[in-house]
Design a protein around this ligand. Structure first.
Ligand code: SAM
Length: 234
């Protein structure tokens, strides 16, 4: 997934709300972040075939409650591995103005661009989260962590740390259960409690989610992580 190809000299800087992202533009004006072809094809095939069993069809109730608690509608919010971006749709309906979503599957991002055409409050990026640049107040996790290979989990937390602004918050849902094979890949509270602090993020909350959809009840946790404070010496 991490095989970054050279982006040509023609790398325009694209204004993303208040952030500046580096990406290339395709012929239709879509902002492209580089991505490994195999990974892209794997997910794109799923979207093209409609094999999207993970899709809740609506914003996850736990996330809706969290979004309702954010007062500043100009907060910059990133949703990686966004899929059908139901969370973004909810945020838009509530008047949020700086939403960025990214997904590696072009079939999906094409559809999202059509759906949100002309809406300046959402930026839809086609590409690999691990190659994204930017700085966000909130980053939302919703069945993205379980989709990436477990060998990339350390990189996931480090990348989240890079993408959060100083007071930024990474929050959302993570599975606390085993799966056979994957994706989705297994995960547990114990693993998260080691993984996040070891890679720069403090887990300020991690509890079994109280408002999961029935099929996921008791199998996912709601968490909030922030940058670890640097301890100082004098
Ligand atoms: C299990 S789906 C979840 C989609 C959505 N978050 C949801 O809950 O409905 C995982 C999504 O992550 C995307 N994805 C996988 N690897 C990615 C990567 N490295 N960068 C960006 N998106 C990625 C896939 O295309 C897919 O849409």
């Amino acid at each position: 997934m991490k095989e970054i190809k050279e982006i040509s000299d023609l790398m325009p800087e694209v204004q993303n709300n208040s952030e500046t992202l580096q990406c290339t533009m395709d012929e239709s004006g879509c902002c492209i972040v580089p991505a490994n072809d195999t990974e892209r094809a794997f997910w794109d095939d799923k979207w093209a075939a409609g094999a999207t069993g993970w899709d809740l069809g609506t914003v996850a109730p736990e996330l809706k409650i969290f979004f309702d608690s954010i007062e500043d509608k100009t907060s910059s919010i990133l949703i990686p591995g966004c899929g059908n971006a139901h969370e973004a749709e909810y945020l838009l309906s509530q008047g949020f103005t700086k939403i960025t979503v990214i997904d590696i599957a072009p079939t999906l991002t094409r559809n999202l661009r059509k759906k949100h055409e002309g809406n300046p409050n959402i930026q839809i990026l086609d590409g690999d989260f691990f190659d994204l640049k930017g700085s966000y107040d909130y980053i939302i996790e919703q069945t993205f962590f379980c989709a990436i290979p477990p060998s990339m989990r350390t990189q996931y937390v480090k990348k989240m740390n890079d993408l959060l602004n100083e007071k930024g918050v990474l929050t959302g849902l993570l599975f606390n259960r085993e799966f056979e094979g994957g994706p989705p890949f297994s995960g547990s509270i114990q693993e998260y409690q080691e993984l996040f602090p070891a890679n720069g993020l403090e887990l300020v909350k991690i509890d079994v989610a109280m408002n999961s959809i029935p099929a996921r009840q008791g199998t996912e946790v709601f968490f909030r992580a922030v940058k670890k404070k640097m301890s100082c010496c004098s």
